[in-house]
Design a protein around this ligand. Structure first.
Ligand code: ACO
Ligand code: LMR
Length: 620
């Protein structure tokens, strides 16, 4: 066993032991911290985590307070930053467990290395065992849950849930130390010992492989030397001969403390051929390796061995009571551990708390096996060919729109995708791209120009035309009222297009609606307005925004899927400019790519494009 010079060689862990956890095992880390907390340790036992894929910090809890746990990408860095850590809890997979353990054994700081992985090749295990013995490091595992020192330190998931740990009185040390192969049965031992004595002092699970890093005798001899241990419990099993080392030590007087022992697997004798039990090593290939033979040898050597496992607890209780009666030690008093707050998720599942959600979402749901858009599984969206228009119907309006409506939406996306480099949005994107900005910044800079005078009149037009149609307001009255207010009618007017130079996009939208829409009352109203405004000025035409706004109202109304209040909500809700934003993003990305491909020089506006004015001077 290693001896650092600071602690006696039999002592592997105490209340100041710190560990490095190899592998991002958030639950095991929290389990160790919760154990520390209920034991009222001064400092958390987890020094840090090694996560080869990500450094930074893992946020855990210390009681109810958040506790940042440092995370490093290499063991070397973790050791350099936490030289006080004396235990490595190695959660590396069977594939990498050997490499990580070999690396750890080269660091003199580790007194104990626990290897959790199952399936480490036997040849590799034997190499690690030889390395560990040579360096004086205690190797626990592979294929183990680790072990627990009551009131002081626990390896990974040892001891099971916090309820188990508290119920098994592991928050403070008792006087019984045990060693077993199995992790699951060590939980049972915690329970048996807690019920029949003053509780566990320390328990180690060696792991179920044929070759274990440390053996029964290694730990039993430590317990023999530790003055805090009053009696020892050994739970052996079928397979291997390690229990004979214990029998030999008993006979040689190297073990003087009472030892209660049982080897499980006695039922194997009922089967004709050799039986392989759960562990890789749990198989008797010779008479000597059977549980019965080993129980007899231990009994003959002086161990307390019951007649069957049924009586194991009674043997432990009787041995313990004899020691107490002889005044060998004072039984440990129970302590009240501090309460650990329940995790919020667990409390919700248990139905003991509820909390209003931070926000509500009702369009897509990714909680089930398959993502669903407005309740429709994504595979159905694709199989039924709903297209981009159908997806917009589901995600924006939570309805499965009719095919003609989906096609109209796609037509809008196509015709409004770009209008050349001279319009506000394209201009800004081009300037940003030429100034070296990235795609997100360049496209966003173009989108930020969308507003009442550029591309952002769809919702204004929908709102104005909707109210006028609902109120039965004659077109002439609307034009006069807007003029009286001094406001332009949204959706009317274009800088470049006019009656004599009509906008082909508007023509395409109108002709589609004539062919496919059941009715177009809002478009008809908008055209009546256009007739009046173009009579005044040639360019006051129904523009592309206005046409989309009016026709979208007709789409909602004619689909029969929306009530009047829902159509009002869409018309006044400031949502419909989304159609222009989505469509124009296509063009703006194109402008960004175009500038990048052309490797355009950085942007600087020519001087002669700018008029300079002298500042106004106001004479007093
Ligand atoms: N309704 C009524 N009168 C109008 C409108 C209108 N929408 N637009 C302009 N006018 C009148 C103005 O009152 C002004 O009249 P006046 O000469 O008697 O003073 C005259 O037309 C010129 O006004 P400008 O603001 O100079 O018009 P311009 O042609 O420069 O602007 C613009 C075009 C910005 C599209 C404008 O018509 C407008 O603001 N329209 C409403 C908003 C709109 O639909 N924007 C989307 C455009 S399409 C697109 O970007 C994809
Ligand atoms: C556009 O689609 O960008 C335009 O209609 C705006 C414009 O000024 O041409």
């Amino acid at each position: 066993m290693a001896d650092t010079g600071f602690a006696p060689s039999w002592l592997l862990f105490d209340r100041s032991t710190r560990a490095i956890i190899y592998g991002y095992q958030a639950q095991a880390v929290q389990g160790m911290l919760d154990f520390d907390y209920v034991c009222r340790r001064d400092r958390p036992s987890v020094a840090c985590i090694v996560n080869p894929t990500r450094g930074g910090t893992h946020l855990a809890f210390w009681g109810s307070r958040p506790l940042p746990v440092p995370m490093y990408q290499s063991l070397a860095e973790a050791v350099a930053r936490h030289p006080e850590a004396s235990v490595l809890v190695n959660f590396a997979s069977a594939r990498s467990a050997y490499g990580v353990t070999a690396e750890a054994l080269a660091h003199p700081c580790f007194r104990v290395v626990a290897v959790i992985a199952e399936g480490v090749p036997e040849r590799r295990s034997r190499e690690l065992i030889a390395m560990a013995r040579e360096r004086g490091t205690t190797l626990i595992g592979p294929a183990t849950v680790g072990g627990i020192k009551a009131g002081a330190f626990k390896i990974g998931n040892a001891g099971g849930t916090l309820e188990n740990i508290v119920e098994s009185r592991l928050c403070r040390p008792g006087h019984v130390a045990y060693v077993s192969r199995s992790g699951g049965l060590s939980n049972e031992l915690n329970n048996i010992i807690a019920r029949n004595t003053d509780g566990v002092y320390e328990g180690i699970a060696l792991g179920g492989d044929r070759h274990a890093g440390s053996t029964y005798i290694d730990h039993i001899l430590r317990y023999e030397r530790d003055p805090e241990v009053a009696m020892i419990v050994l739970l052996g099993e079928i397979g291997g001969t390690d229990e004979y080392e214990v029998a030999d030590a008993l006979r040689a007087g190297r073990i003087t403390k009472p030892l209660v022992a049982w080897c499980i697997g006695t039922s194997a004798g009922l089967f004709s051929a050799g039986v392989q039990f759960g562990h890789a090593g749990a198989r008797a290939d010779a008479q000597r390796e059977t549980a019965r033979a080993k129980n007899e040898a231990l009994r003959a050597a002086g161990a307390v061995v019951p007649a069957s496992f049924e009586d194991f607890d009674r043997s432990i209780a009787e041995t313990y009571c004899r020691l107490v009666a002889a005044g060998k030690f004072a039984p440990a008093a129970d302590v009240q551990p501090p309460p650990i707050p329940m995790d919020f998720g667990a409390a919700v599942r248990a139905g003991v708390v509820r909390r209003a959600p931070a926000f509500v979402s009702s369009i897509a749901d990714d909680r089930g096996e398959e993502l669903a858009y407005a309740g429709l599984p994504i595979s159905e969206v694709i199989e039924r060919g709903l297209g981009v228009g159908g997806v917009i119907g589901l995600l924006w309006f939570k309805r499965e729109l009719p095919a003609w409506a989906c096609r109209f939406i796609e037509l809008v996306l196509q015709v409004a995708a770009d209008h050349g480099p001279a319009v506000s949005g394209a201009h800004n994107t081009i300037v940003a791209a030429r100034a070296g900005k990235d795609i997100v910044s360049s496209v966003a800079s173009g989108l930020l120009t969308v507003g009442p005078r550029f591309g952002g009149a769809i919702e204004g037009a929908a709102s104005v035309f909707r109210r006028a149609v609902k109120d039965g307001q004659p077109a002439g009255e609307l034009v006069a009222a807007m003029r009286a207010k001094g406001e332009p009618i949204p959706g009317i007017g274009h800088l470049a297009k006019s009656v004599t130079n009509p906008d082909r996009r508007v023509e395409l939208l109108k002709s589609f609606s004539a062919q496919h829409f059941p009715a177009t009352p809002h478009l008809e109203y908008a055209l009546a307005v256009e007739r009046l405004t173009t009579a005044k000025r040639d360019n006051l035409i129904l523009n592309v925004d206005g046409c989309i706004g009016a026709l979208f109202l007709d789409l909602l109304q004619s689909s029969g899927l929306f009530c009047a209040a829902e159509i009002d909500e869409v018309a006044d809700g400031g949502m419909l400019n989304g159609l222009f934003l989505l469509s124009r993003t296509i063009g703006l990305i194109g402008h960004f790519m175009d500038q990048r491909r052309l490797r355009a020089p950085l942007y600087r506006h020519p001087w002669d494009d700018i008029a300079y004015l002298a500042p106004d001077r106001h004479e007093p």
